[in-house]
Write a protein that binds this ligand. Structure first.
Ligand SMILES: Nc1ncnc2c1ncn2[C@@H]1O[C@H](COP(=O)(O)OP(=O)(O)OP(=O)(O)O)[C@@H](O)[C@H]1O
Length: 286
């Protein structure tokens, strides 16, 4: 019996990320289970939830650093594994030591290691080309040769985005990449990530405690709370009804000048985390 060859349209439908029946546990503690998520190429997913709900652990699964307890996780049709050049990773911004003997372009070059380039002359040349290209994609040419420790937090974070782009990723995994950036740099960095997904059909999973800076970019939200989760558009998930069910306490979602504000009773705020553990603005009712 012969099977028809897959045509271009069926190849292009391969999800960038797919989780099927996924369960993740540390010992006896299950963080989440029964998670089915199919992320299309070019789709922007915000991953939200309070501290400890398993957002970073989800990224670790997709990076191949953590095995699922049950189910499957695939990237562009193949099982999640470490060193996959289809996956780019953008971590939190952390200020680097001023004395660090590393130039911006060296930081970007670290993204090449573990992928497909070796150390031969041709490889070194290829390496230089991809590093330069990634630096250009984030508009960092002017400061790429400066010591990273001398750069601002926003400049460092643009270089980290470039580092994630050197492997020409099909999926960008971002773990709170806007944390500790000012508003202008939050916009700049989220714009860069968005430009990449629009220009290259790169899927984005964006872990954040603060949805408002990326709200216009988000196609769907995965909201994790204490083993419960909801997946849908922001309009479907970010509602008083859904969040109250997830947090199992009264939560009200208000729309204020295009921003989402979560309002709860004192108890609800405690459940959410008084410092805004899910990152949305919290205000107390009397
Ligand atoms: N290697 C490990 N062994 C045991 N428990 C772990 C391990 N790594 C993480 N955990 C626990 O799993 C839970 C989820 O951690 P994770 O970092 O994924 O949460 P998160 O949603 O990203 O939280 P945050 O918003 O605080 O970054 C936490 O309670 C954490 O302590």
């Amino acid at each position: 019996m012969t099977h028809p060859a897959p045509d271009a349209s069926s190849v292009s439908r391969t999800p960038a990320v797919e989780l099927r029946g996924a369960r993740l546990a540390y010992g006896d503690r299950t963080l989440w289970s029964g998670l089915d998520l199919s992320v299309e190429q070019g789709e922007f997913i915000a991953v939200l939830g309070p501290n400890g709900s398993g957002k970073t652990s989800l990224l670790k699964v997709l990076l191949g650093q953590l095995p699922l307890s049950e189910g499957t996780a695939t990237i562009a049709g193949t099982p999640a594994r470490t060193g996959n050049s289809h996956v780019g990773y953008v971590p939190q911004q952390k200020t680097m030591d001023e004395g660090l003997p590393l130039r911006g372009r060296d930081l970007v070059g670290l993204g090449v290691d573990g992928h497909r380039w070796g150390t031969g002359f041709r490889s070194r040349r290829s390496r230089r080309i991809v590093v330069d290209d990634a630096i250009d994609q984030v508009g960092a040419r002017a400061f790429a040769d400066a010591p990273v420790g001398s750069l601002s937090g926003g400049e460092q974070q643009r270089l980290r985005v470039a580092q994630a782009l050197v492997g020409d990723p099909k999926v960008l995994l971002c773990d709170e990449p806007l944390l500790s950036l000012d508003l202008a740099n939050q916009h700049r960095v989220s714009d860069l990530i968005n430009q990449r997904r629009l220009g290259h059909d790169t899927a984005v999973l964006f872990v954040t405690h603060e949805i408002n800076p990326i709200l216009p970019l988000v196609d769907r939200v995965l909201y994790l709370v204490d083993g419960r989760f909801r997946i849908g558009t922001a309009a479907e998930v970010m509602t008083s009804e859904v969040l109250s069910e997830l947090y199992q306490t009264d939560v009200e979602v208000l729309h204020v000048r295009g921003r989402l504000v979560v309002v709860g009773t004192g108890d609800a705020i405690d459940a959410l985390g008084s410092t805004g553990a899910d990152g949305i603005h919290h205000e107390a009712h009397e």
